[in-house]
Each structure stands twice: as C-alpha cells, then as structure tokens.
Write a protein that binds this ligand. Sequence first.
Ligand code: ATP
Ligand code: MG
Ligand code: MG
Ligand code: MG
Length: 577
Amino acid sequence: MKASQTFISTLKEAPADAEIVSHKLMMRAGMIKRLGAGIYNYMPMGLRVIRKVEAIIREEMNRAGAVELLMPVVQPAELWMETGRFQAYGPELLRVKDRHDRDFVIQPTSEEVITDIARQELRSYKQLPRTFYHVQTKFRDERRPRFGVMRGREFTMKDAYSFDRDKASALKSYDTMYRAYCAIFDRFGLTYRAVAADTGAIGGDASHEFQVIADTGEDAIVYCPTSDYAANIELAEALSLIAERAAPAQAMAKTPTPGKSTCEDVAALLGIPLASTVKSLVLATDEKNEAGDIVKTTVWLLLVRGDHALNEVKAGKLPGLKGGFRFATVAEIEDHFGCKPGYLGPIGLKKPVKVVADRTVANMSDFVCGANEPDFHIAGVNWGRDLPEPDLVADIRNVVVGDPSPDGQGVLAIQRGIEVGHVFYLGTKKYSEPMGATYLDENGKPQPFEMGCYGIGVTRILGAAIEQNHDERGIIWPDAIAPFTVAVCPIGYDRNADVKAAADQLHDELAALGVDVVLDDRGERPGAMFADWELIGVPHRIVVSDRGLKTGTVEVQGRRETAANTVPLAEAVAFVK
Ligand code: ATP
Ligand code: MG
Ligand code: MG
Ligand code: MG
C-alpha cells in the first residue's frame, strides 16, 4: 500500500490526559482519537492493528474448534432478568429503554444471549461439546475509564462460551481454550503469564487470567520464580505472606493493626491499587433488647473486592449490616472460627460462618452461606490484622501456593500485569440452571449445560503490547500485529526517477510475497518521514536514496536496531522477509 492511500496523522505532543506511555503513543501515532470518556475512534493505523489481532484470534479459535457467530450489542433486558444480572450487575451495565419503554442493555458480555441460543439449538447430548465465539463491541460503564484503550467504556472483546454435558468434559473444553490462548499470546509476541484467578464466591472452580507483564499494569501477580506457581493477587490474597516474604522491612514498618488498619493501608503497603485487592473483613452485629443489652451477636466474614464494595460495607448498606456494625474482637474471631484473626482459611474454619462476597453488592443476601455449608471454600486473611505467626504463614502457603518450589526455598515475587484474557469454568449454577438451558441425555432426561466463558480484550491488547514494546521514539510493534511490517522510505520519490523505480519495485515484490508493506509516497522530508514510522512503530524500514542506489544498495533497519544495514538492492527483499 502507498502511504497516500491510507491516513497518517501524527502528533508531536500527547494530550494532557494521557497518563501512561501506551495511551500517549497511541494518541501521538494517530491510532485512536478520543470521542468521550473511555470512548475512542479507531483511526486507520489503529484499526489495522486491531484487524491483525482479531485475525490471529480467529485463526486460533477456529483451530481449537470454536465456531464463530455474532450476537447483538443491544440485548433485551428480559434475558438478563432471568439470571438476575440485570439488577446485580451494578452501574457498569448500561441500561437503555426503547420508545415503548422496554428495557435493554448494551452488552458488557454475552452469557445470557448465548445461553438462550444454546437452550433452543443444542437439544441433545449428541450436539455436545460445543464452543461458540464472537468478536464484538462491548460497553462497560467503568467507574474510572482511563489509559486509552486499556480501560475503555466501549471496547472490542472476543468472547467464547462452551457447552458441555458434564464437568469433566467442560474442563476439557476449558483446557482447549486455555491452550488456544497460549497460542494466541505466543503469536502476538508478548511476554505474559497465565495466572490462577479468583472464581468468586459462587463461580466455578477453574479460572485463569492471561496477564501481559508491564510495570504500569493495574493488576498484581504473585509468582514463584522457581516453580510454575502464579496467581493474581486477589486469589493469592496472602497479603501478609507477600508483605512478609517480599518486603519484610517495609511490612514490619507498617504492620496493619487489628481492627484499625484500613484496606487503604494494606494496598499502600503492597503498592497496589485499592481496586485490585480483596479484603476479608470480620464484622460483628449486635442485637439489643429494649433495655439496650446485647441479646445476640452475629459474626460475619465478608470478602469484599474493590473500593466500591468496601464503601458499601462502610456505609452499612448491606442487608444484615443495616442496623450498624462493628469490627469483631479478637476473642470473638477466635471463638467463632476457632482460629486467630489473620487467617480464616478452609483449614481454620471450625464453625459455620456467614460469608458475604462482593461480586454483586446489590444482592448480597444471595451469597450468604449458612450452617449447611461449613466447608465453604475461602482462602482469606483478615486485612485488619497482625503479621501472621509462622504456622499461619505455612497454612496460607499450603492453601495459596500448593506444593513448595523444588528446593523448598522459593521466594514469592510480585509483578504487575495487564489482564488481556480470562478463561472461566462456570458450571451450571450461574446461567444454565436459572435460564432452564438443558439438553437431553442418553436417557432422554433434561440436564443443565456445563458452561465456560472465555474473553480476550482485543483493543486492550494494543495498549498492553505498547507498554511492553516502545522506546523514546515511539511504538515497536511485534511483527505479527504491526500496522505494516515494512515501511519503504524513498528519499526524493517525487523528483528522482531511479529512486521511484527502485522503491516501487521493492514495494511490489514485498507485496507479492504477502509482506504487509507501505511505501511512503507523501514527499515528506527524510527526518519527518522516519520519525513518523518510528512513532507508528513499523518493525522494518528500507530507505531508498539516490546515494545508495549509486552503489546498488539500500539501507535496511530493524526498529530496535541502532544503525542501518547497507544491503544490495537485490537482496533487500530477502533481508526483511
Ligand atoms: P478488569 O479486571 O480489567 O476490569 P475484567 O476482569 O472485568 O477486566 P472480563 O470480564 O474478564 O474483564 O473480560 C474479558 C477481557 O476483556 C479482560 O480480560 C480484558 O482483557 C478485557 N476488558 C475488560 N474490561 C475492559 C475495558 N474496560 N477496556 C478494555 N478491555 C477490557
Ligand atoms: Mg472489569
Ligand atoms: Mg479482572
Ligand atoms: Mg476478568
């Protein structure tokens, strides 16, 4: 392609609201253009990258046996009411009304719609397993849209959904997607980790996030350099363990005080954003008689995620806490849970505990686990707590880390990451059961689908790739997703016939070989021309000049190379190919 046939619009300065490098560079390179908070135009250069990302995703999804379809962006609220998510999703869900005053949602994800399709289309066990996917616009009214495409409100996601007859088969589908994700992120050429993730209070029991490693990432990953262990911090949740093992001096200096320290303290201690922490709070509510004597005390363990949920707790908005609450005392915690404050994990839970999780704060009562579920699975630490005693550390390690690393000396480390993908085994409880989505088994008996869901943030990939690959001159795209792979930069294209002929020929030969090549025919001065392609991040450049042609050569330079390679014109194509 010739540069004049596309649209290039670069900026010297990034707008003031661009905080991180990927956002700045995407704006400067003319990849995106802001329309509103978290809402961007994808300009031609950016769209080329998005299309390449999508193409790789589609190839690997298809290879893994997933079938593409396309579900609507605007979805009737009725389906969302069937699962309760219309209410439960909270303010991130954009709800709209049509002219007849009917409710609709702008999809943040499509479980309800795909489950509706499945309950109509997949009637027999013979049609299973089946995985569908689409690549579609999403809308989430993020509390804090920022960092450009990284946390947009409108963005593109690939979301896939698997339907299986039983759990074993569902976990196979999960594994297939997991492997497809590895193939996809390998092909992007990004450094990433698949980390075990929290499945939530009533989620399934397998979940992994794919995290691109970057210092600016909003998530924190806990990993063991000498073993395969990696988890996001929410799951690891071993806040004190991490604090103690990764930064003992700092942890000692700022030991949270039982009943006094705040989540903010813990977040500050770990240097992580508050929103990505999980807090376990042990609260107590007292019922009093008319004389003001306490007649009954209930101890609650709450798992809250994010400051929104925490604020709901603080404001006493949760059912059960409405009448006021206080932090449980150490004695109450010991008495109630049979363990010391600080470690309230499956091992420590000796008595039934009321567990309230945050996923849908509006609907807390749904998540209260009563006495019938004493073995409710939580690995939690109380945030208002002292540093763990050594045996408690060992317990947490067992829960969180699994087997120790091979030498038994593994030291947990923390890395920051950007969540670019997420695979999640859902089971039957969240969607197929409430929506009555069943198939007939061999005996003609209806059974709910075992489901899984699998997302990739298509547009977020661009930001993540740039966070990992840039320098002071601009973006350095990995070849696989670069807007162009090669930029042919002729000096004097409009005035030197030899330069024009050589540049045209190079362009045509590369194009014929299927190389995504752009020929800069804009007539820019060399400095400005080079600066543009460096900013845009094209991985290879060929400079064709009259001076070079006199000796039959051109200059070929990789975007990461500090000097050009002088290459005979006839070998230039082979050199970049
Ligand atoms: P986050 O924790 O960053 O808010 P999420 O866990 O809410 O993401 P999922 O529901 O797992 O996101 O969606 C699947 C993928 O969609 C995520 O892994 C991420 O790559 C992408 N994604 C989610 N929210 C956004 C957003 N606001 N902007 C861009 N991409 C997003
Ligand atoms: Mg989110
Ligand atoms: Mg997440
Ligand atoms: Mg996620």
